[in-house]
Design a protein around this ligand. Structure first.
Ligand SMILES: [Zn+2]
Length: 478
């Protein structure tokens, strides 16, 4: 998470908060977020005088799951934003496009679209180290308590809805390719010291002015793993999540690159990736890093180093990166498919690797529908550059995206782009004249509608047809 993501989270981007007041109007039964949202806009227009722009991505969800209902209220009051707390299943319809599609034997081998990682911070290429966030992953929970702050509860009881959410959402957004199993001890492991005893001079802070106490991270790491190693067998563990009791004040567990644990030695070998989760308590703005479930899907990728932020110039412009498209760019929407692919969540079989040298017509299914469909179209231009296209619809974790954002999202990949938070760039069509953002949603209007086209890096990308089944994309040299 970077500075501007945090600022965005706390409303410095002029977030306008609102709540869905009525869930029915006349005899219309409202069953989706979109219906409720549209009713609300109409109601606001009808009120007259209420000219505040609405913010679709941060709006309350009328169908929020029961276990997140009260948290959603807290999120709106403390962070000015309610993120997605459910996955909205939308089935691929039986209808299909009518365009003549390029045959599969004219496609390139998918390996040709896997731009290799470069040795730079903004790496957006494929790493060669092998470990990926897919398959049957074993996550070890390390629940740690202290002599000054403890808990006699089972850690599963204190954190069950978080662990379930993380597991379910990764499963759904990966089309079933990322399957987490947790190993959780029955009780918190006593570290044998006050958490206060780890406090050293100085402080940790994020970009929005939130401050934490600074802990001696190396001594803390040593003590956590010494205590854990006595009771946990780390054999076959892909990653750990270090939890603390809900009684621990939020000021102790900081959100900072200075407070992390990587490549820790245990009796069973090195555990490379460890996510230090702050307490999930609803206290204040500092609680965000522990209590916001959607955030953990983002932070886990910082802990395992598979993905970077794509805000572009830290979100301050003029370079906008991917706007608010993608979880790694502001934590408001689902991961873009390129990130899912390089992290291992999207299967190779879901990628259409198309030749840059011939005219082609391809059908991509909606990115946010659950299913092992072909979803990502990639046109490799060299070993460091490619154009990618995906189909955005209101479904899955993107169920809140407004009409203006539904279409074919075009972005470029450049593994040699070393600007801050750069390398993936969403292309906004030149004919867009409205504001660059809708509420918090930067580049909301970038997706191409049916009949539209744009030109990027010498290639013309057109949408020939679109429907609930996705988009048909024509690619040709400009
Ligand atoms: Zn981030």
């Amino acid at each position: 998470m970077s500075t501007s993501e945090i600022e965005n989270s706390f409303g410095f981007d002029k977030i306008y908060r609102f709540k869905v007041r009525g869930f029915s109007k006349g005899k219309i039964r409202v069953t989706t977020f979109s219906q409720a949202y549209n009713l609300m806009i109409n109601k606001n227009n009808g009120d007259g005088g209420n000219s505040k722009p609405v913010d679709p991505l941060c709006a309350a969800d009328p169908l929020v799951p029961t276990e997140w209902k009260s948290y959603e209220k807290f999120a709106l009051s403390a962070f000015n934003c309610a993120r997605p707390y459910r996955f909205m299943d939308v089935a691929l319809p039986s209808t299909t496009p009518t365009s003549q599609l390029t045959s599969k034997n004219e496609l390139l081998p998918v390996a040709q679209c896997k731009l290799p990682a470069q040795n730079n911070y903004n790496n957006v290429g494929f790493k060669q180290n092998g470990w990926q966030f897919n398959g049957d992953l074993q996550i070890q929970i390390i629940p740690i308590q202290f002599t000054d702050y403890g808990s006699s509860e089972n850690p599963v009881k204190e954190y069950s809805k978080y662990l379930e959410y993380i597991k379910e959402m990764y499963f759904k957004i990966s089309d079933g390719n990322t399957r987490i199993t947790y190993k959780v001890p029955n009780s918190y492991i006593q570290i044998g010291s006050d958490i206060k005893s780890y406090v050293v001079d100085g402080s940790l802070q994020d970009g929005s002015g939130i401050v934490w106490k600074k802990l001696d991270a190396r001594r803390y790491e040593r003590d956590v793993f010494n205590a854990a190693d006595k009771v946990i067998d780390f054999t076959g563990i892909d990653m750990t999540i270090v939890l603390v009791p809900l009684s621990v004040p939020t000021e102790f567990i900081g959100h900072s690159s200075e407070f992390r644990m990587d490549n820790v030695r245990t009796n069973e070998g090195i555990v490379e990736y460890n996510y230090l989760m702050p307490p999930a308590t609803e206290v204040d703005r500092r609680s965000f890093y522990g209590v916001e479930p959607f955030l953990h899907l983002h932070e886990i990728f910082h802990a395992n180093g598979l993905l970077n932020d794509h805000l572009g110039d830290a979100g301050k412009g003029p370079y906008l990166g991917t706007g608010r498209w993608g979880h790694m760019s502001g934590m408001l929407t689902d991961f873009i498919l390129w990130d899912k692919w390089i992290a291992g969540m999207l299967r190779d079989s879901q990628v259409i690797c198309a030749s840059p040298n011939s005219v082609g017509t391809y059908w991509i299914k909606p990115a946010s529908y659950f299913g092992t469909f072909e979803k990502l179209l990639v046109i490799p231009l060299s070993s460091t550059r490619a154009i990618a296209i995906e189909s955005e619809r209101a479904a899955g974790m993107n169920f809140k995206i407004p009409e203006i954002a539904r279409g074919a999202l075009v972005y470029t990949l450049d593994t040699l782009d070393t600007r801050f938070d750069a390398g993936i760039t969403v292309i906004r069509p030149e004919n867009r004249t409205g504001p660059i953002q809708l509420g918090t949603f930067i580049l909301a209007d970038a997706p191409l509608k049916s009949g539209e086209s744009l030109t990027v890096w010498g290639h013309k990308i057109s949408v020939l047809e679109s429907g609930d089944w996705g988009d048909v994309i024509k690619v040709e040299k400009a």
